[in-house]
Design a protein around this ligand. Sequence first.
Ligand SMILES: Nc1ncnc2c1ncn2[C@@H]1O[C@H](COP(=O)(O)OP(=O)(O)O)[C@@H](O)[C@H]1O
Ligand SMILES: [Mg+2]
Length: 219
Amino acid sequence: MIELENVSKAYDGQEALSNISLRVERGEMAFITGPSGAGKSTLFKLLYLAEKPDNGTITIAGHNAARLNSTSIPLLRRNIGVVFQDFKLLNNKTVYDNIALTLRIRGYVEKDVKERVHSVLKMVSLRHKADNYPLTLSGGEQQRVTIARSIIGEPTVMLADEPTGNLDEENEKEIMKIFKQINTKGTTVLIATHNRALFENTARRVFFLDGGKLKGEEQ
Ligand SMILES: Nc1ncnc2c1ncn2[C@@H]1O[C@H](COP(=O)(O)OP(=O)(O)O)[C@@H](O)[C@H]1O
Ligand SMILES: [Mg+2]
């Protein structure tokens, strides 16, 4: 579950988010849309604890984000998978090693790492690319690696900020299919996008942001 209550955030005295309250239920898949500069990415930065709100409370994956101390932030982050528009993969590591990293940091034995990396690679249809380096893959494939990396730790919440921003329509559809699958398995999914095609005819809830203000919900 994700909940914001009266959340505001300003940069240099300019409000990027103004008194936002919204709630995404556990297991829901929902969207945030609005024009460029509306505050979508700022909202996501607050949710994955890269920034702190000036006012208001944020609950995510069962924790009050504002009350967290520096030792519990990494623990909460384990429950949040993030996907960005630019893939942020390590280009000097193979697809396999990019995805395995999270589990290795957590001290998993290599046998378990292997099993899980193969399982998520299968989910994104990239088992045959395990030994490739990211820059030898297409944009759509790189984004699928990012998604595999973000789900390997089995997060309860998945945040995707313009996940299809650099992709063509066919790859866009493929990526959305994967998010739907992730959601079907029980993960709460929140996607920020300026692209209406991602949520039109999905019957999912859509929060509309403009100028840092929530202008309501569509659908
Ligand atoms: N780190 C920052 N420093 C100063 N201003 C920022 C920063 N991040 C975002 N902003 C401003 O906040 C507003 C919202 O930006 P953003 O959240 O990136 O919008 P969106 O993702 O909807 O395009 C914009 O006016 C942007 O210039
Ligand atoms: Mg943005």
